[in-house]
Design a binder for this molecule. Structure first.
Ligand SMILES: [Zn+2]
Length: 374
């Protein structure tokens, strides 16, 4: 047999060698790239952010900082501005759609990172955007050191403080409760039944609203048959009334749930006897009465006509909160509740809130503004 020898030209070998070296180099570069990306991804930076970090030569910087959600968003964003990098990393992340462009705007207006953190704490994406349309506010802390201050109310805070001379705390509280507006004007509609719902002269219920769990109250608890209530409130009332009764106190319900139409008729009744100005002053307009929630009761003593003079009133002062009830309209808070003192009007808010309000001696409006107004 004749051996055949394949003869390869030396030039071809050289070319193949060069290709081999290039392929090895490319593979090396690719592996190096993967390693870099993985370093960043292990710190929760997204693919998009990691690539941008890498190709803008910021990897060392990021690795020295570590995890940072705001930086991740910044590198993902088309609004990323390298000059603002050191501020981005100091901004506490909030899930706002325009986070990065809002930070850029705030920096342009002259806000420091600490100011920007304050701003983001007090409003959602759109409120922040609106707030940044105004010139830089010199003393942000003036109102926004108060946790529940709102960016959107800033103008009203200034006006209210200026007009009334009240301090920042009172100003923020009153404006958030719309007390800078006239009663019944520009009111907020309350849609959903809940034991912590707030209905007053600035927050109303629609004509057809009624509580989810409306029931008729058994006759032994009421001064007149046929009264209705929210079941959850009545169960608590029953427990309270039975406890009082065991100790020798007689508490009776004189008025409970009142529909919109009931409130219309009540207004007409008082108008007939006492005139319109009495009605305007003392009777809530239809939709604006807490009785429509099904969670409020006017109570009386079984032995004394004037409830405020009764032993039962004292008992309620000491014990109602244990069952989830608060005395709703006290003398001390007439300016906030918008109602003169009504010793007989109790509101069910649940045991936790009632205890808090009792222990801290505040009004339901204050509790709501601080804890529930989201
Ligand atoms: Zn009442």
């Amino acid at each position: 047999m004749k051996k055949t020898k394949i003869k390869v030209k030396p030039r071809v070998i050289t070319v193949l060698k060069v290709i081999g070296v290039i392929l090895c180099l490319l593979l090396g570069v690719f592996l190096f790239y993967l390693k870099q990306i993985n370093d960043l991804k292990s710190l929760d930076y997204s693919d998009k952010a990691s690539n941008k970090i890498l190709f803008s030569y910021k990897k060392d910087y990021i690795m020295s900082i570590g995890k940072n959600e705001t930086l991740n968003k910044a590198f993902e964003s088309d609004d990323y501005n390298e000059d603002n990098l050191d501020i981005y990393r100091r901004i506490k992340y909030v899930p706002h759609k325009d986070l990065i462009s809002n930070i850029n705007k705030a920096i342009k207006l002259g806000y420091k990172y600490s100011d920007i953190n304050i701003i983001f704490k007090h409003g959602d994406n759109d409120s922040v955007k609106r707030f940044l349309k105004r010139d830089k506010v010199k003393y942000l802390e003036e109102f926004f050191s108060i946790d529940y201050a709102k960016l959107d109310n800033y103008e009203r805070y200034l006006k209210y403080a200026d007009e009334t001379g009240e301090d920042e705390d009172v100003t923020v509280l009153c404006v958030n409760l719309d007390l800078d507006k006239e009663d019944y004007v520009d009111a907020v509609k309350v849609e959903k039944f809940s034991i912590d719902m707030l209905v007053n002269k600035h927050r109303y219920l629609s004509e057809d609203y009624e509580p989810n769990d409306l029931m008729e109250i058994p006759e032994e608890y009421v001064s007149e048959a046929g009264m209705k209530s929210s079941r959850i409130a009545f169960n608590a009332f029953k427990e309270m009334s039975n406890a009082a009764s065991k100790e020798g106190y007689g508490i009776v319900i004189n008025s409970a749930y009142r529909s919109y139409q009931d409130q219309v008729e009540l207004g007409e009744y008082y108008k007939k006897w006492y005139g319109q100005s009495y009605v305007d002053k003392y009777v809530a307009k239809p939709g604006f009465s807490e009785h429509q929630t099904g969670l409020a009761y006017d109570v009386g003593s079984r032995s004394v006509n004037v409830f405020a003079n009764s032993r039962e009133y004292q008992w309620m002062k000491d014990n109602a909160y244990k069952y989830g009830f608060i005395e709703r309209f006290t003398k001390r808070y007439e300016n906030i509740t918008g109602f003169r003192m009504e010793a007989w009007h109790y509101r069910y808010v649940g045991k936790d809130i009632a205890k808090y309000i009792h222990d801290n001696n505040i009004s339901f409006e204050e509790y709501w503004a601080i804890n529930l107004d989201k």
